[in-house]
Design a protein around this ligand. Structure first.
Ligand SMILES: Cc1cc2nc3c(=O)[nH]c(=O)nc-3n(C[C@H](O)[C@H](O)[C@H](O)COP(=O)(O)O)c2cc1C
Length: 191
């Protein structure tokens, strides 16, 4: 059920290293993103799949998880993501890097929902070293990185917590549980 999937689909920053993620599994996720909505149906997004150990380690070193919990240095050693999907804009289809950000969001949500449905988890990552990651993946001038998604099997206990207007919105950890504050329904509906 979509409702359960959306609720389960939390940003995960700790993964079970034993559970590898295959190229085929990543392709399965991208296949759904590919079939999602796109402005004027241009479909300018292309996807780089990262699943081989050496490349996974490289992407890990160029991305940052958990800005609100810097002191923890997430992910903890041994809990690194098993794979990544790097969402790129194909400059041969569109040169304006900010024009298709809504497509990126739709694709990213579709990918993480499918990962969740497959018993995996993800984390969208906007905090990456752009030029170094571009060089490491050999993307050249054609592909512009828009977002990185970490994928793997979660080893975290993540819970949402409703907050009142004005309360802190930063996620936090207590007794090993990762809490994600969310505004209440009545506070996000305008009329
Ligand atoms: C566009 C975007 C960029 C994000 N970038 C990062 C990031 O660089 N590092 C990270 O740990 N989480 C990142 N996140 C995850 C958010 O922190 C997360 O969505 C938020 O804390 C709410 O948690 P939830 O996804 O479980 O609801 C990003 C999310 C989005 C939508």
């Amino acid at each position: 059920m979509l409702k359960n999937l959306v609720i389960k689909n939390r940003s995960c920053r700790g993964y079970n290293k034993e559970r590898k993620v295959t190229e085929d599994e990543l392709k399965d996720m991208v296949d759904l993103a590919r079939q999602s909505a796109s402005g004027v149906n241009l479909q300018p997004l292309k996807y780089y799949l990262v699943y081989e150990d050496e490349q996974v380690a490289t992407v890990k070193s160029l991305t940052k998880l958990g800005a609100h919990l810097k002191e923890l240095g997430l992910p903890f050693p041994g809990e690194e993501p098993a794979a990544y999907i790097v969402i790129c804009l194909d400059h041969e289809l569109c040169k304006d890097n900010s024009k298709y950000l809504i497509d990126v969001g739709i694709a990213a949500q579709t990918i993480t929902l499918r990962a969740t449905e497959m018993g995996l988890a993800g984390c969208m990552i906007g905090n990456y070293k752009e030029s170094e990651l571009n060089a490491a993946l050999g993307l050249g001038d054609r592909y512009f990185i828009q977002l990185v998604i970490a994928i793997g099997e979660s080893c975290e206990d993540i819970r949402m917590k409703e907050i009142d207007e004005g309360d802190p919105f930063a996620y936090y950890r207590e007794d090993g549980v990762h809490y994600v504050p969310k505004r209440k329904l009545e506070d996000v509906i305008i009329n």
